[in-house]
Design a protein around this ligand. Structure first.
Ligand code: ADP
Ligand code: MG
Length: 684
C-alpha cells in the first residue's frame, strides 16, 4: 500500500469530500490511518433483556422472533421486530427505514444498541424505541464491540468514514515500524500494523490500551528524536562562544539601574552569565510571570555579548512590543554608548535598507525586531546571542533560523511569561535549561480581581467611567467567537457599538480585533499608549507584555471562555503603574467547574500556581491549545497525562540517538510523518 497516495483516490471520496478531509489534516492514506478515534462506544457489555429498565441506553443481543413493517396513516413506515434472548423478549422499533425489512430476517442473531422506553399501545411493556446502532452478529467482527467514534464535520457521515477506515485498515498488509524493534520489545509495545488495527477497531479493552501506548510512545519518541537531532546538528556545525567576564558595560548598567535586582533576578542572571562564559552554547529558558522583570535580564545578557565584541538580537512577537523594548533599551543603553536598532516589517523601503546595512556592518550592536529578523536578507556582522521574547509565539523552526544567522553557534535565551511545568518544558523546548523568576519586584500594587454576573453590568460600567474620569484608562476584553458556537454570545463589534454609543458616548473609545490590518492595530495601540484613547474594546489581540502603566481597569466579557493562564496573561496588562488596578471577570456560567476556576482567579495572583491549577482543571490539550507552541499538534499523546510515557520515550530517544546512523534514519521517518509541520530540519 502506498501511504503517500492522495485521499481522493479512495473509492467514494469525491473532490468535495477530499476538500473537507483536507481541512481535518487528512491528505493521504497515512494521514487517514493516523486520524485516531476520539472515543469508543463500548458495546462489549450486553444487558440481559429481563434486566432492562426504561430510559436507558443499552446493548442487547438476541434472535429475531418476528419482524414486520407497517405504514401509518400519515405515510410513515414503522418496522418492528421482537428480539429474544435466554431471559426474555423485547420489541424493537425503527422509523422510516424500509430497508431493515430486507436486511434482517427471522432467526437472525443481532446486536442492538439503543434507548429503552415504553412500547406503543400501552401495557407498560418495554421496547427499544430509539435504535442507535445494530448489526448481525455474523458480520459483527469482534471490532464492533468497541465502535470507534471520530471527530468529524457534519458533511462526513460517521458510517461512511468508519467503513472507509475499515476498508483501508483491512487491506493494509504491512507498515514499517517507526520505533526500533528493541524498543518495541523492551517496553512491551505492538508493531505498528497491529497498533493501527487495534486503535481503530480494538478487539477488547486490553488490546486498545496497548495500541494507545504504542502510538503515544511512538509520537513522543519521534518528537524527542527530532529535538535531539536538531540540537546535535547545530552543535556539530559550530563551536560555542566563550564570553569573558570583563564586566565593563554590565557593571555600569547594574549601577545605573533605578532599582536593585531581586533575589530571583540575581539568581537567573548568575545562571545566564555562567552559561555564557562556558564554551558550550547556552540554551536557556527564562520563565517568569508578567511584570517579573525578565527584560532587564535579557538586556544584561545582550550587553555582555556587546562588551565581548558580539552583536545581540532580541526577537519580539509583535511590532508594539519590539518598539517598547527599543524605547526602554535606548533609555538605559544610550548613556553607555551602545547602539540599538529596530527591524520590523513596517519600516519604509529606505529605512529597511539602512537597517540591513547597519546590521551587516555591525554598527548596530543590539538589534530588536519581529519576524522580520529571520528573513534571508538579514545578515549579521557577528551575531553572538539570540534572545526571543514570549517564545511560545514562535515555532521551534523560526528560532532555529535566527540562531543560524550567526557564524559561531550563538548563545540562546528564550523568555516566556507562560510558566510551564517541567514535563511539558521537555516536550516543547527539548532540552533547554530553565531559570525561573518566581517573585515580582517589591512594591507592586496587587491587582484586585472580582467575579461578577450580568446583573452587575451597570455598576461595573459606572466604576469604569469613574476611573476614566479620574484620569485612568481601561480595557474591555471579549472572547473570540467561533462560528461553530451555538452558545448565544455577543461579538466584540456589538459590544463596541453598545458601549461607545451608550454609557461611554462621552469617552474616546476604540475597537481592536484580529481582522484589522497590522497598521490599523498598530495605530490604535499607539493612540492608546499616548492616552488619546481612553477605553479599548478588544479581543485578545492586546499583546502579552504591552506596558501602559496608566491603564488600571480591565473588564473581561465571557470570562468562563478563557483559560486561567490566559486570563492571568490578560490581567497582566493592568497594575503596571502606581495606580490601584481592578480586573472584573464577567460570567454567567453557573457550571461548578467554571465557577471554581474563576474563583481561583480572585484568590490566586501567582502565575505559576494558576498554570498548574489550569492544567489540572482543563487538561493539557486546552492548556497547550492556548499556548501556540511550535510543535506539530500531537495526534494522540497528551504530555500531561502521558508524562510517564514521555519520560520513557525521552530516555529511549537519547540512547537511540547516540548512534549517528540512527539519527539519520529517524530523521527520514520524522520528515515523512510530519511533512513540513515539524522542525524544518533542512533549514538548520
Ligand atoms: P516582564 O517579565 O513581564 O517582561 P518587565 O521586564 O517588563 O517584565 O518588567 C516590568 C517592570 O518592572 C518594568 O517597568 C521594569 O523596569 C520593572 N522592574 C524590573 N526589575 C525590577 C526590580 N528588581 N525592581 C523594581 N522594578 C523592576
Ligand atoms: Mg516582557
Amino acid at each position: 500500500m502506498n501511504f503517500e497516495q492522495g485521499i481522493q483516490f479512495i473509492k467514494g471520496v469525491g473532490p468535495k469530500k477530499a476538500q473537507i478531509l483536507k481541512s481535518l489534516g487528512i491528505e493521504n492514506i497515512y494521514d487517514l490511518v493516523t486520524y485516531y478515534p476520539k472515543r469508543y462506544s463500548d458495546q462489549s457489555e450486553v444487558t440481559p433483556i429481563a434486566m432492562l429498565n426504561p430510559n436507558e441506553t443499552v446493548n442487547i443481543a438476541g434472535r429475531i422472533l418476528t419482524i414486520q413493517e407497517k405504514s401509518t396513516h400519515r405515510g410513515m413506515k414503522i418496522t418492528t421486530a421482537i428480539l429474544v434472548d435466554t431471559t426474555g423478549s423485547i420489541q424493537i422499533v425503527w422509523f422510516n427505514q424500509p430497508f431493515i425489512k430486507k436486511t434482517l430476517k427471522i432467526n437472525d442473531e443481532i446486536f442492538v444498541k439503543g434507548k429503552t422506553g415504553y412500547a406503543y399501545g400501552g401495557y407498560g411493556q418495554l421496547a427499544i424505541k430509539q435504535v442507535i446502532n445494530y448489526f448481525k452478529s455474523e458480520d459483527s467482527n469482534a471490532q464492533y464491540k468497541f465502535a470507534p467514534l471520530y471527530a468529524l464535520p457534519e458533511f462526513i457521515k460517521p458510517k461512511f468514514f468508519r467503513t472507509m477506515m475499515q476498508n483501508i485498515i483491512d487491506s493494509m498488509e504491512s507498515i514499517p515500524n517507526a520505533l526500533p524493534q528493541n524498543i518495541i520489545d523492551k517496553y512491551n509495545l505492538l508493531d505498528k500494523l497491529t497498533a493501527l488495527q487495534q486503535i481503530h477497531f480494538p478487539n477488547n479493552k486490553q488490546d486498545l490500551t496497548v495500541a494507545r501506548q504504542t502510538l503515544i510512545f511512538e509520537e513522543l519518541f519521534l518528537i524527542q528524536c527530532g529535538l535531539i537531532y536538531m540540537r546535535k546538528l547545530s552543535q556539530q556545525k559550530k563551536a560555542g562562544i566563550r564570553y569573558l567576564s570583563n564586566d565593563k558595560l554590565v557593571a555600569k548598567l547594574l549601577q545605573n539601574l533605578p532599582f536593585a535586582l531581586t533575589a530571583d533576578q540575581n539568581k537567573a542572571w548568575h545562571e545566564i552569565y555562567s552559561d555564557m562564559e562556558k564554551n558550550i552554547p547556552m540554551q536557556r529558558l527564562l520563565q517568569g510571570d508578567v511584570g517579573s522583570g525578565k527584560t532587564v535580564i535579557a538586556m544584561l545578557a545582550l550587553i555582555k555579548a556587546v562588551e565581548n565584541g558580539y552583536q545581540g538580537a532580541l526577537m519580539a512577537p509583535t511590532e508594539v512590543l519590539a518598539k517598547q523594548h527599543l524605547q526602554s533599551f535606548e533609555l538605559l543603553l544610550a548613556p553607555l554608548g551602545i547602539k540599538v536598532g529596530l527591524l520590523t516589517g513596517s519600516l519604509s523601503a529606505k529605512e529597511h535598507r539602512i537597517a540591513l546595512e547597519n546590521i551587516a556592518a555591525g554598527d548596530w550592536q543590539i538589534v530588536i525586531g519581529t519576524h522580520a529578523l529571520i528573513q534571508d536578507k538579514v545578515e549579521f556582522n557577528k551575531l553572538g546571542l539570540v534572545v526571543t521574547d514570549e517564545q511560545h509565539r514562535f515555532g521551534v523552526a523560526q528560532r532555529a533560523r535566527l540562531e543560524n544567522k550567526a557564524t559561531a553557534m550563538p548563545d540562546v535565551l528564550v523568555m516566556t511569561a507562560t510558566p510551564i511545568p517541567r514535563t511539558m518544558t521537555l516536550t516543547v523546548y527539548g532540552d533547554l535549561d530553565v531559570s525561573s523568576i518566581y517573585h515580582l519586584p517589591p512594591g507592586r500594587q496587587p491587582i484586585r480581581t472580582f467575579l461578577r454576573t450580568e446583573e452587575a453590568r451597570p455598576k461595573i460600567y459606572k466604576f469604569v467611567h469613574d476611573q476614566i474620569d479620574a484620569g485612568r484608562q481601561a480595557y474591555v476584553v471579549c472572547p473570540l467567537i467561533e462560528l461553530s458556537d451555538n452558545i448565544k454570545s455577543t461579538s466584540v463589534e456589538e459590544i463596541y457599538d453598545e458601549l461607545s454609543n451608550g454609557v461611554f458616548h462621552d469617552i474616546k473609545c476604540a475597537l481592536l480585533h484580529g481582522k484589522l490590518s497590522a497598521n490599523e492595530k498598530e495605530d490604535i495601540m499607539q493612540r492608546f499608549c499616548s492616552n488619546e484613547i481612553k477605553l479599548l474594546i478588544s479581543t485578545t489581540v492586546i499583546e502579552v507584555g504591552v506596558n501602559i502603566p496608566n491603564a488600571s481597569v480591565m473588564v473581561v466579557e465571557g470570562a468562563d471562555r478563557f483559560g486561567l493562564a490566559q486570563l492571568h496573561q490578560l490581567r497582566g496588562r493592568i497594575g503596571r503603574g502606581e495606580y490601584k488596578s481592578y480586573c472584573i471577570l464577567l460570567s454567567n456560567n453557573k457550571n461548578d467547574n467554571s465557577k471554581q476556576r474563576l474563583e481561583l482567579m480572585e484568590k490566586v495572583s501567582d502565575g505559576f500556581k494558576l498554570a498548574e491549577e489550569d492544567l489540572k482543571l482543563r487538561g493539557p490539550g486546552q492548556f497547550f491549545g492556548s499556548m501556540q507552541h511550535g510543535l506539530p499538534d500531537l495526534k494522540i499523546a497528551d504530555v500531561f497525562n502521558d508524562a510517564a510515557i514521555l519520560l520513557q520515550a525521552r530516555t529511549a530517544a537519547e540512547k537511540y540517538c547516540q548512534d549517528k546512523n540512527n539519527l539519520y534514519t529517524i530523521n527520514k521517518i520524522i520528515q515523512l510523518q510530519y511533512k513540513n509541520n515539524f522542525l524544518h530540519i533542512n533549514d538548520v
